[in-house]
Design a protein around this ligand. Structure first.
Ligand code: F3S
Length: 405
């Protein structure tokens, strides 16, 4: 007879309500046949499934685990990680941590913090999580339309759902780690077709504004406040992939947007998704202009989310023949840095530094500055609270101009 799991005990099929269907392999894990850690992790997934009304678990292609910076998890989180004993069964990476693992001294990270951060990383390595600490796992793993994932970081979740057409909820750190160790996640929310339908149309009118990454970040910053937790359907814009990355990251920061559609651009967007009853909001250029200020800054930080190869190349060209006059940070995944080392060398010739594993928001080093210039709508939203600094958004050209003036 088919078995189901409810509140810690197995029940018969046919009962409805808060049930999560399990297969025989899952039942063996729940019985503790693969160790206590996996048993507890599956119990966690089942509990999450019950809370959110999942009827079953779905196998995942990869996991991305937040809760990797010692700045955010502290000693309690580290103790919990040390207590676990299992191995990831799907490709899994970490979210950015508090420092570049190979260059933390150069970045000026406190040795005491570095020691704790290294313990966190070692704990994840023991669990089989790949030590690539990035919010852009889609540059590392082939992630395809329709893939089910368990990713944590909000911009990565937004990109996977919206730009690739993969399916993931925004997992908490423990939920993503549990999914990595079990290889499955509860099938609810954005894993299901019916929950991927837009709830609001955003008509964008920017007739005279050249739209680059910073402008799409600003658009996302503004749109996220309008949209909240609904799924927006954009009309009137034609962003490329880096610009979509910026748009989604910012909307996830000021709103709770884990999926958006752009008509004619993103893979699931179809005009038939919206009806005459769908609420319409409009955004015009003047609403974004107000976000671009000229407050003085004492550092520049690029790479939120982590830079693509194309973004590094653009920056290298802009910095060619120039010397930075203030701390100028660039963040990218180690995989992208390794694959584009010559471009990175060209950037660093200016005095700018390209760091892996960390970012302007999770590294404690950024707390030393009073005002930071960024080209990211997400950083514009997070830097004030997370770094205690004023944030100024500008185009990549403006960032280079200010950082080398
Ligand atoms: Fe990534 Fe850090 Fe920004 S995690 S999206 S670079 S805040």
């Amino acid at each position: 007879m088919r078995q189901w799991y409810l509140a810690g005990k197995t029940i018969s099929a046919g009962q409805h309500g808060e049930i999560v269907e399990l297969d025989r392999a899952d039942e063996a894990v729940l019985a503790g046949e693969q160790g206590e850690t996996k048993q507890k992790m599956l119990e966690l997934l089942v509990a999450l499934g019950k809370v959110f009304g999942a009827e079953r678990l779905v196998p995942i292609k990869s996991a991305q685990v937040s809760g990797a910076s010692y700045k955010t998890i502290g000693e309690y989180g580290l103790d919990w990680l040390r207590s676990l004993n299992a191995k990831a069964v799907v490709p899994a990476v970490l979210n950015p941590i508090g420092m570049p693992r190979g260059r933390w001294e150069e970045m000026g990270v406190d040795p005491g913090f570095a020691e704790k951060q290294n313990e966190v990383v070692a704990a994840y390595e023991r669990l089989g999580v790949r030590l690539e600490c990035t919010c852009t796992p889609y540059y590392l793993y082939q992630t395809e339309f329709g893939d089910h994932l368990a990713w944590s970081e909000s911009s990565a979740v937004s990109y996977a759902n919206s730009v690739i057409g993969a399916r993931t909820n925004r997992e908490g750190g423990p939920g993503a780690l549990a999914a990595a160790l079990v290889g499955k996640t509860p099938c609810y929310g954005l894993h299901l077709d019916q929950n991927r339908v837009p709830g609001i149309i955003i008509d964008v009118a920017m007739p005279n504004r050249k739209m680059g990454v910073a402008e799409f970040g600003a658009l996302g910053y503004h749109a996220g406040k309008i949209v909240g937790n609904r799924i927006p359907y954009f009309r009137g814009i034609n962003p490329d992939r880096d610009q979509l990355k910026a748009l989604g990251a910012a909307m996830a920061a000021t709103g709770a947007v884990a999926l958006y559609h752009v008509e004619g651009v993103t893979p699931e967007a179809k005009p038939a998704m919206v009806s005459t009853y769908t609420e319409i909001a409009s955004i015009e250029a003047a609403e974004l202009e107000a976000l671009f200020t000229d407050v003085p800054v004492d550092a520049v930080a690029i790479g939120c989310p982590h830079c693509s190869a194309g973004e590094l190349d653009e920056l290298a060209k802009l910095l060619h023949g120039k010397v930075v006059t203030m701390p100028f940070y660039v963040f990218a995944s180690q995989g992208i840095i390794d694959a584009n080392q010559k471009t990175v060398d060209r950037i660093e010739k200016s005095g700018a530094r390209v760091f892996a594993d960390t970012c302007m928001v999770v590294s404690p080093v950024m707390e030393q500055f009073s005002a930071i210039m960024v080209n990211s709508g997400k950083a514009l939203a997070y830097v004030p609270d997370m770094c205690g600094a004023v944030a100024r958004i500008g185009t990549i050209e403006d960032c280079v101009a200010v950082g080398t003036e």
